[in-house]
Every structure is written in structure tokens, then in C-alpha cells.
Write a protein that binds this ligand. Structure first.
Ligand code: TXA
Ligand code: MG
Length: 318
């Protein structure tokens, strides 16, 4: 955390001058950030997280103009998406130019750009005058941080954390790519916005010939199941599954264990916001696993992102 009297933004700028990444709050989750032009700092992000170099980072911008500065072939439709959804939890995967190094994009010709909706993140990018490359501020293959305290648990005092409170959205951004020739929008990671929100937006723009679909995502560990695993096994059971079957399934797989019982809030937005807190509670140390009840049908549209993260995080889904 910031401990002296300087402002959080000044402290972050100072850390950047020494090539030290800084944990920055956004509306989705905390990011571990370094300036786009600082390849030493960016390399340090990969080292701190234990992240393989073939998993690309998202670049955060403070404006549409800054996004265009880094993009190649930015189209009218990119403008429409950005001006409608930014600042906000939507990343656009676009062609990159030479200002974005291959280290950031893992040598892919594209970069994921997004303008976060958080005054600290935006203030820092503005003060810096350039984009911030930032993955979520957690060790690789573990749960993303939706509170400053989660970041501290991952990195201790190794990293300066700008505390911006609990993240309002709580789940990582929606990532999508516009394929103009194919007239397709491919969502590689659902977030607050899923297919139906994007379809509604296109309809609003009069673009009825576009198809929206979920893609498999880039072949990187960022999209793999193990990427979201909490520290202890997670068992998720949906409405309608009898409690005795849950206990039996747990016992069969793990024997007699102490399960931390939790349940998901019934409102999808609140559930998204609370999810990463539920998956990494302070008291988890005294338990062997988390047993999470989902009192709703997770296949309904507003739940698509929560279900995606739960499926990736769970050792057992009943
Ligand atoms: O909400 C968010 O997006 C948060 C905050 C900090 O902005 N960031 C985040 O970053 O979740 P990270 O690194 O944990 O996840 C980024 C995902 C990874 O799955 C990565 O593979 C994908 O974005 N990605 C990055 N660049 C890409 C690209 N050029 N093409 C396709 N996928 C990309
Ligand atoms: Mg991540």
C-alpha cells in the first residue's frame, strides 16, 4: 500500500521509474501494471506472476485517441464499440502497430485494448501519457483479485498496491474481436457483456447482418481451466442438487474433510462482484475445500461469465 505522504499516482509514477510494476484498481479486477514502453517493467510482470511469456497482456488506455495510437486498421465499428462501451469492461482485440512490443502480445499481431472505468487507473494513464500493460494482479493459475487485500496476499510488500476499494464489476472484462470480412463478432472471454448484450448493441447500430458467437480464445493459458483455480478445491452445486449427494461426492473424492460452505448471491451482478471474494476468503486456511451453492440456473444469459469462471475454477461441478 502507499505509505508516505505522496499521492498514490505520484508513488506509482516513482515505482515505474525504477521499472517496478504497480497494482492498480480497475472496475473489473486489480491489474499489475507497467508502462507500455517499459520492456524491463513488463518483463518483471511476467516474472512476478510466474506467467508464461506466451500469454499476452491487455493494454489499458485513457481514451479512444490513445487506443488508435496503438492500433492498426482501427475501423468505424471499433469507434462505435469504443465510444459506446468505454470506459468499461470491454477489451477490443485489434491489429497492433510497432508501439506495442511483441513481449506484450506474445508475438501475436493483435493487441487487446481497453479503457478501464476507474478514476485511479484513468488518472495514472493520463499522468503517464501512455498505455499500461496489465494482466490481473494475481500469481499465475490462481484467482483474480477483486480487492486490494487479495493482491497483498499474492505479492506481499513486493508490489506497490493502489487501494481503490472493492472492484465494482468483480470479473475480468469481456474480450472480443470484430471480423469485418466475415461479419462476425467473436467473444473470446465473456464478462459483464455476453452475446446478447453485444447483439443488442449491434441491433441498435442497425447492424443486423453481424453474427455474434463465443470463440475458444487464444491458445494461451489465460483461457484454460486451471487458470482460475482457488487455493483449495472448489465444489459447485446448482439448485436442485440434494445436499446429501454433494456430501457423498465430496467424501468419495476427498474423504472426510472440512468444507467451507458458501452460497452465491441471487443477483447476477452482485454474484459477479462477490465471486472472487468468495473464492479467496480469509478463513480458507482453516478449511480443506469450498462448497459453493448456486441457487439459480446458471445457464441463463446474465450468468454466462460467472458460470465460465466457476467451471474453470471448480474441481467438481454438480
Ligand atoms: O478485466 C480485465 O481484463 C483485467 C483488468 C486488469 O483489466 N485484466 C485481465 O488480464 O484479466 P489477464 O491477463 O488476466 O487476462 C487477459 C486475457 C488473457 O486470457 C489473454 O490470453 C487475453 O486476455 N489476451 C490478451 N491479449 C490478447 C490478444 N491479442 N488476443 C487474444 N487474447 C488476448
Ligand atoms: Mg488473469
Amino acid at each position: 500500500m502507499v505509505s508516505d505522504n505522496s499521492s498514490p499516482i505520484d508513488s506509482a509514477l516513482k515505482a515505474f521509474r525504477s521499472h517496478n510494476p504497480v497494482a492498480v484498481p480497475t472496475e473489473t479486477v486489480y491489474g499489475l501494471a507497467a508502462p507500455v514502453s517499459d520492456l524491463v517493467g513488463i518483463k518483471r510482470i511476467f516474472e512476478l506472476k510466474g506467467r508464461p511469456l506466451f500469454n499476452p497482456l491487455i493494454v489499458h488506455v485513457d481514451s479512444l485517441d490513445m487506443a488508435k495510437r496503438y492500433a492498426k486498421n482501427w475501423s468505424h465499428l471499433h469507434d462505435s464499440f469504443a465510444s459506446s462501451f468505454w470506459p468499461g469492461p470491454l477489451g477490443l482485440i485489434v491489429g497492433k502497430n510497432e508501439l506495442i512490443s511483441d513481449l506484450i502480445t506474445a508475438s501475436h499481431p493483435t493487441v487487446a485494448l481497453r479503457m478501464p472505468d476507474h478514476p485511479i487507473a484513468l488518472g495514472l494513464i493520463k499522468a503517464l501519457g501512455q498505455g499500461l500493460a496489465a494482466p490481473s494482479a494475481n500469481k499465475s493459475n490462481s484467482t483474480s483479485p477483486s480487492q486490494a487485500e487479495h493482491v497483498l496476499r499474492h505479492f506481499g510488500t513486493e508490489v506497490l498496491v493502489l487501494d481503490g476499494g472493492e472492484c465494482r464489476v468483480g470479473l475480468e472484462s469481456t474480450l472480443l474481436e470484430i471480423k469485418e470480412e466475415e461479419k462476425e463478432i467473436v467473444i473470446s472471454r465473456p464478462g459483464l457483456y455476453g452475446c446478447s448484450a453485444i447483439e443488442a448493441f449491434l441491433k441498435d447500430q442497425g447492424l443486423r447482418d453481424y453474427r455474434v458467437r463465443y470463440g475458444k480464445g487464444i491458445s494461451s493459458p489465460g483461457q484454460l481451466r486451471s487458470h482460475y483455480r482457488p487455493q483449495k478445491p472448489l465444489v459447485v452445486y446448482e439448485k436442485g442438487v440434494p445436499k446429501e449427494s454433494v456430501s457423498k461426492a465430496i467424501e468419495k473424492r476427498w474423504g472426510k474433510v472440512r468444507a467451507l460452505e458458501s452460497s452465491l448471491p441471487e443477483d447476477p451482478y452482485l454474484a459477479a462482484r462477490s465471486l472472487y471474494g468468495i473464492l479467496q476468503p480469509k478463513e480458507l486456511e482453516s478449511f480443506d475445500l469450498i462448497s459453493l451453492y448456486a441457487p439459480m440456473d446458471l445457464s441463463m444469459d446474465p450468468w454466462v461469465a460467472v458460470k465460465d469462471r466457476l467451471e474453470k475454477a471448480a474441481s467438481l461441478f454438480l
